[in-house]
Ligand binder design. Structure first.
Ligand code: NIG
Length: 323
């Protein structure tokens, strides 16, 4: 679908040279020149517990990115007006699009996706992997951790523990622990009632995972929550990976996620979390999971939120790099 098809009646807007659009980033250049931000698609969907066409989402997110400008006013310290800076992401950062991993639902495809993330991570300050169902978190995180899994940490924004048995979108956190990730450096933000079970809650407790329940987020600022998460996940001084499962959001803003429920985070809360996390230099990878573009029938609002999370990650990275 072209940009003009999804915005009928606004051809002038799409052609305004004074309002350049983001996205459309080039492929990874040959050689070893450094990259600031690398994005790729990891289109997992076949092992999803709920039937999902999440494999169609990376392409939809790329299309949605074309709606937005990369103009950002980066905030100063919380509550302070000083320190604000105005930047254009596409000018401040070297951003590349590495395309999509092939058949990441299969074991060999998952290993190849992990290798692709690892190669990007060796060159880029931050890798953003667009899913795909939540099983993409395994190759995305393992690729980012590389040989440093023993010191690594994981932060999830997710309504679910993802500690199920087997291989699905409900098991990536357990699989990462079994691969060697220390569960005491896992922080799960936004775990929701009526979306998990006593058994999986017990697993989280037994592992020593830090759980910040959805209801806690009503009385704490996102800045405070993210600070705590970074402190715990980063305690090994190793690389951090962030899983943004969009089903942590309220169903009204994330209808394209099979498992989003009423009462979740607002869109701005997920966006703020993405930006704050990307600002920290220990965060080397972020994935965006569980959006099924074909179920996003309202007005593409879930795909648009996923695209904005990519841009928030870029804005956080720009701040990290001093822009
Ligand atoms: N990350 C998502 N986990 C959910 C998936 C549910 C679904 O696909 O319906 C879970 O384990 O319950």
């Amino acid at each position: 679908m072209s940009y003009d098809e999804i915005t009928p009646g606004t051809p002038a807007l799409s052609n305004d040279p004074a309002w350049p659009r983001t996205g459309g980033w080039g492929a990874v250049p040959d050689g070893e020149s450094p990259i600031d931000l690398a994005i790729l698609g990891i289109p997992t969907s076949r092992n999803s517990l709920s039937p999902s066409n999440a494999h169609e989402t990376p392409a939809a997110v790329r299309e949605a990115l074309r709606r937005y400008s990369s103009h950002v006013v980066t905030p100063g310290a919380p509550g302070r007006r000083r320190g604000k800076q105005e930047i254009v992401l596409d000018e401040a950062l070297t951003i590349v699009d590495a395309g999509d991993a092939v058949d990441p639902d299969s074991e060999t495809g998952e290993a190849a996706a992990q290798a692709l993330v690892a190669s990007l991570s060796a060159r880029a300050q931050l890798v953003v992997a667009v899913g795909g169902d939540n099983s993409l978190t395994v190759p995305a995180a393992l690729g980012v951790f590389g040989d440093n899994i023993e010191t690594a940490g994981l932060i999830t924004l997710d309504a679910h523990h993802d500690l199920r048995d087997g291989r699905s979108n409900g098991s990536p956190v357990r699989r990462l622990i079994e691969a060697g990730l220390n569960p005491r450096r896992i922080v799960q933000i936004g775990i929701a009632d009526f979306a998990n079970s006593a058994e999986y809650r017990k697993r989280a407790r037994d592992y020593g995972i830090t759980v910040i329940h959805r209801d806690e987020l009503h009385s704490r600022s996102m800045h405070d929550v993210i600070d705590e998460a970074l402190h715990i996940a980063g305690s090994g001084d190793g690389p951090l990976h962030v899983d943004l499962d969009v089903d942590v959001c309220d169903r009204s803003v994330a209808p394209g996620c099979p498992a989003s429920i009423p009462g979740g985070l607002q869109a701005y809360e997920l966006r703020l979390a993405a930006r704050l996390l990307a600002t920290d230099p220990r965060v080397r990878g972020i994935d965006i999971a569980e959006v099924d573009a074909t179920a996003d029938t309202e007005d593409q609002r879930t795909v648009r939120l996923a695209a904005l999370c990519v841009l928030e990650a870029a804005a956080g990275l720009a701040k990290r790099l001093g822009h």
